[in-house]
Design a protein around this ligand. Structure first.
Ligand code: 2NL
Length: 345
């Protein structure tokens, strides 16, 4: 009886093990046939109840069956593990001969490149770069620049106000006023101030409520309008070609006296008249002038000892002219197809 049962168990166990295709099934077979509560353990435990004649035969067979099952499980386990490893190796195979994925190198934004170009030129001319806060006091943005409260020129530079006295700067001039103040009446001050500025404007092809400005300031003994003209000529040739000529037209800014507007000879037609210069041969590039004595005085400089020139330009305008861009919003809407055209190494 027991011998037949053991042979049957052996049969069951071996076919169970043979058909196992997961390690988990093997573990289950181990518990089921060889576990503490399994049938073979039960039989071995009940040996005492057997007759003396039966005992050795049944005991021997039970042990043999147990060892056979254990050995077969071990064998199958080694087998399965090898097969699983093969599958894993196959699925994780790497073809090291495949060509690599190309990384797309980034680049500066066109405006950043223009600003860098202007900075590099002026650093070469002995200027240094100054930066300052975009959230600014009314005093530095307007008062210190000869734009007292209720001055009509404030209308052209309506801003975003944080409080009655704090606003988003409408130009980078407050950085220059702050720098002058820091020098405590002792020149020279020779700086370039690039940065973001804000105006309460409705965005369209030529207006943006946020845009860039680059201003320059040179204050020293005996700085003259002819110095301004010389520096601006160098600038025009550097940015728009060695053949450029400049002309200054009288203008008005509250913080300079006299004030001028600078044109360059058209880089497309050379001055004969075309669509870029609207037939005039000249293109307006920037505003400038001799620093107003009131501005010098308010920032701690004695206008009888010091004079200076200042200029301000919009890098968007320079980029639009240089590359024929018709809409200022292209700079700020991050369309990669636009930006990509100006990638530089
Ligand atoms: C323009 C004109 C200009 C200035 C900016 C300036 C700054 C100080 C003193 C005097 Cl601290 N002037 N800046 C002067 C003239 C013109 O900008 O049309 N910019 C886009």
């Amino acid at each position: 009886m027991l011998k037949e049962k053991l042979l049957e168990l052996r049969q069951q166990a071996l076919s169970n093990i043979d058909s196992a295709d997961e390690l988990k099934a093997l573990q289950e077979a181990h518990v089921r046939f060889l576990g503490k509560k399994g049938p073979i353990t039960e039989i071995l435990k009940g040996m005492g109840k057997l007759s003396k004649e039966e005992r050795p035969d049944v005991g021997k067979l039970a042990n043999e069956v147990r060892q056979l099952i254990a050995a077969r499980i071990e064998e199958k386990k080694t087998d399965l593990e090898a097969r699983l490893l093969d599958l894993k190796l196959e699925s994780e195979k790497l073809d090291v001969t495949l060509p690599g994925r190309k990384t797309v190198p980034g680049s500066h934004h066109l405006l950043a490149s223009i600003i860098r170009e202007v900075e590099d030129l002026f650093i070469g001319l002995g200027f240094s770069i100054e930066e300052g806060p975009e959230v600014e006091q009314d005093y530095y943005n307007f008062e210190a620049l000869n734009l007292p409260k209720d001055h009509p020129a404030r209308d052209m530079q309506d801003s975003f106000y944080i409080t009655d006295d704090i606003l988003m700067r409408t130009h980078t001039s407050p950085v220059q006023a702050r720098t002058l103040e820091k020098h405590k009446g002792v020149g020279p001050v020779k700086i370039i101030c690039p940065g973001k500025v804000y105006r309460r404007d409705n965005d369209d092809a030529t207006h943006s409520h946020q845009f860039m400005q680059i201003e320059g300031l040179y204050v020293d003994h005996k700085v003259r309008l002819s110095d301004l003209k010389g520096i601006l000529t160098v600038f025009a040739k550097h940015m728009f070609g060695a053949d450029r000529e400049i002309r200054l037209r009288p203008s008005f800014f509250p913080f300079t006296e006299p004030s001028v507007e600078m044109d360059i000879s058209c880089f497309k037609c050379g001055g004969h008249g075309c669509n870029v210069c609207k037939g005039t041969g000249w293109i307006e590039i920037l505003g400038a002038g001799m620093v107003h004595p009131n501005v010098l005085r308010m920032s701690g400089f004695d206008p009888s000892e010091y004079t200076g020139f200042a200029f301000g330009m919009g890098p968007e305008r320079i980029a639009m002219l240089k590359y024929g861009i018709e809409d200022i919003r292209h700079f700020y809407t991050d369309d990669i197809r636009f930006l990509k055209q100006f990638y530089r190494a």
